[in-house]
Design a protein around this ligand. Sequence first.
Ligand SMILES: [Zn+2]
Ligand SMILES: [Zn+2]
Ligand SMILES: [Zn+2]
Length: 123
Amino acid sequence: MEKKVYGPTVDEETRCVHYHTVLDIVAIKFKCCGRFYPCYKCHEECEQHPIQRWGKNEFSEEAILCGHCKRTLTISQYMNATDCPYCNAHFNKRCKNHYHIYFDVPQDKPCAFGCDSSQCSEE
Ligand SMILES: [Zn+2]
Ligand SMILES: [Zn+2]
Ligand SMILES: [Zn+2]
């Protein structure tokens, strides 16, 4: 299956116009449309519908794409990893602050990294 990454990407490793440090190499498949986007902002710009989060019973879904080796991880694999289990590329730890946007997890910390509050309080 082709793993096409949508949105305003800036390179072949899924970095986008919003997040493009050396660590930003992950794309996430959104439950609502089944499309991979580098971040929720990309999704927001390209889709007309609100984000639907992955539920707790769906964390075995292979919804995470490593932009470095192009292999997919399950959501729970990703949430428990600091780097890719296949190619050892480091993931951006700050993404943890955004899990609640993509996955049905409690938001334990306020978003300190560019996540606007209207998004955060949205169910
Ligand atoms: Zn969508
Ligand atoms: Zn983006
Ligand atoms: Zn990898």
